[in-house]
Design a protein around this ligand. Sequence first.
Ligand code: PGA
Length: 250
Amino acid sequence: MRHKIVAGNWKMHKNAEETEDLLNELIAKLPSDVAVEIIVAPTFVNLASAVDHLEFTNIDVAAQNMHQAESGAFTGEISADMLKNIGVNTVILGHSERRAYFHESDALLASKVNTALKHDMRVIFCFGEELKDRQAHQHFNIVENQLNDGLFHLETKDWVNIVLAYEPVWAIGTGETATPEQAQEMHHFIRETINAKYGGDVAEDVSILYGGSVKPDNAKEIFSKPDVDGGLIGGAALNSDHFAAIVNAI
Ligand code: PGA
């Protein structure tokens, strides 16, 4: 069901001690009575402790990645079952850093999505165009292809466990943000594309987050747009004051 979400992607930041400190700060500073779902995604090694730490709070825990196989000889990888087993029910898939640095293709991501859904996990599926695509006016085509190749093999019923995160690559970690109008334009296009494939119920129910240099001073305007249901936050999620301010901007 479509609802407001603010998720913090901690990437490869914060050791165990720092994770605990940041979680304690977030517990103290984040509102407990807001109609927004709050998610944090620490690194793999700190997921179990984060789940324990946040047990009696309204903050949920997500993993930043996951392997598509059930188990096997995949040195260094983590399975859906391992995540579920420690109480992690949400996974971020398709982040542009995974696509760029770890060569994750849409076909690979489609199979990761399948595995996550098979394990009853919720997927935050990231996608978005690069700067050269936008400059060549190809951004709508690129996004449509990413949705098509990564998600459009799913059945209608699967979509209750899908959250979308539109993250233009040129805005991630760059300080460059899509304008609220650019975000709204793309989010509207995404909803229309889903509507054309799956119909109005799925399109209206799916939450579409914006990611890319969301900060306390631009969050309110971006979140005010009708097709923007929240944010996937990188850098600003590592500072408890900034993350709390972004959550309060919803
Ligand atoms: P950023 O990262 O907020 O630091 O731009 C967003 C993301 O990578 O999800």
